[in-house]
Design a protein around this ligand. Structure first.
Ligand code: PLP
Length: 405
């Protein structure tokens, strides 16, 4: 990508300075100030163009200005009733999305829509507590389930996210990435001794560093959850809706959850649950905007349609393979420790956080957007529409930047 010599440019600097003065400095990584985008390219406010290997952490699976999405958005340009109290009043978009998502969910699942990923997890654990009572929940070291206090109690990715915040009772187990891990039976050992409300995990840890769970680990969790009558909650907020080359990352493991959460690529949060976990009582769950954000629900439904129509799951699998193969050539050289992932969710682990952060910024200056994950990994999660030429262009930039110390 061609970028200008001085980044950030003057318009970007004005936005950043205003933010520094008036807004909380959260997790901004480098000085990208987004203006607009097309396909897999994002343009900043000064006219610099970047190839996007982040899809905004999976939230833009069709890239930018996709014609089907633009057409959907246009339908709302003169509809002033674009947001309603969607758990109090019905609307067509709510029904459409509930019906459409049911075609990709396990048979018999129902959904509850909500604003964000954290709230999707929050409602998943509430559904489990409702059935099981206020018992501790099990989650994994390195997990990220969001920042609302309930979800945060089961997040164990970075100390800064948790320090001084009160917590729900929890039990932590190791997230095993190898079948021969000596701690692979930790959940069963816990369940023999303790009553718990749920087991909550990702199958590929997102914020935790794109760590892929071992097959045996996930199948053990499924078996022991069933044996001890404990719901298995799978968090698909980042991995769901196609980025791993399947609708849900758990499909790589040949198992199903009892309850699950998704968001990002769906444009809104969703908690989905097997009917046997239906709270079965009105007003246990609700929210003003959950189910009421009509534009987001219409776009989310269109995202599912386009992924189906354009066979983007196959594209994610094929492009992910090229990406992973191209990056694997770097392992063992210049401080690159590991390359791993599923489909178009690929992590590159560095020898240190300082090295990783330096390379993220250099890639940005060379016109390639990537993000950090975990202690010292880089996450790559391009839009599902990415082409072979764009993957190769990104690989070219990565080889150039990562091999130059
Ligand atoms: N769960 C997972 C696996 C996530 O990756 C995230 C966000 O990165 C969340 C939950 C929280 O989602 P949100 O930021 O929409 O609240």
């Amino acid at each position: 990508m061609k970028t200008k010599d001085s980044i950030p440019g003057p318009k970007a600097m004005r936005v950043i300075n205003t933010m520094k003065k008036h807004a909380y400095d959260s997790t901004f990584m480098y000085s990208l100030v987004v203006s607009h985008g097309h396909n897999c390219i994002i343009e900043d406010v000064d006219g610099n163009k970047y190839l996007d290997f982040t899809s905004n952490i999976g939230a833009c699976p069709l890239g930018y200005s996709h014609p089907d999405i633009i057409e959907t958005l246009a339908q709302y340009s003169s509809n002033g009733t674009y947001k309603i109290a969607g758990q109090d009043f019905y609307c067509q978009e709510h029904a459409n999305l509930a019906e459409n998502i049911s075609t990709i969910l396990p048979e018999g699942f129902k959904t509850f829509f909500i604003n964000s990923g954290a709230e999707a997890v929050e409602n998943a654990i509430k559904i489990a507590y409702k059935k099981m009572g206020p018992l501790p929940g099990i989650s994994c070291i390195g997990a990220f389930h969001g920042r609302t206090l309930g979800a945060l109690s089961f997040t164990f990715s970075r100390p800064a996210q948790k320090h001084n915040f009160p917590e729900f009772p929890s039990k932590r187990i190791k997230f095993c990435t190898r079948d021969d891990d000596p701690e692979i039976d930790a959940a069963e050992n816990l369940l023999k001794e303790n009553k718990v409300a749920f087991i909550l995990t990702e199958t590929i840890q997102g914020e935790g560093g794109y760590n892929v769970a071992s097959k045996k680990f996930i199948s053990n969790l499924r078996k022991v959850a069933t044996r001890y009558g404990v719901p298995l909650i799978l968090d698909e907020v980042q991995s769901g809706i196609g980025h791993t080359g399947k609708w849900w990352a758990f499909e790589h493991y040949g198992i199903k959850p009892d309850i699950m959460s998704t968001a990002k690529a769906l444009q809104i949060g969703a908690t989905a649950f097997d009917k046997k976990f239906d709270p079965g009582q009105r007003s246990v769950l609700s929210s003003t905007w959950g189910g009421g954000n009509r534009i987001d629900m219409a776009v989310g439904s269109k995202v599912i349609d386009v992924i189906k129509r354009d066979k983007l799951l196959d594209n994610a699998t094929k492009m992910g393979r090229i990406l992973k193969n191209g990056l694997s050539e770097l392992v063992g050289k210049k401080g690159i420790i590991d390359v791993r992932g599923l489909g178009l969710m690929v992590g590159v682990e560095f020898d240190s956080a300082v090295h990783r952060d330096k390379k993220l910024t250099e890639l940005f200056k060379h016109g390639l957007l990537t993000l950090g994950a975990g202690q010292k990994s880089m996450r790559i999660i391009p839009p599902l529409i990415i082409t072979k030429e764009q993957i190769n262009e990104g690989l070219y930039i990565m080889h150039k930047v990562l091999m130059h110390v």
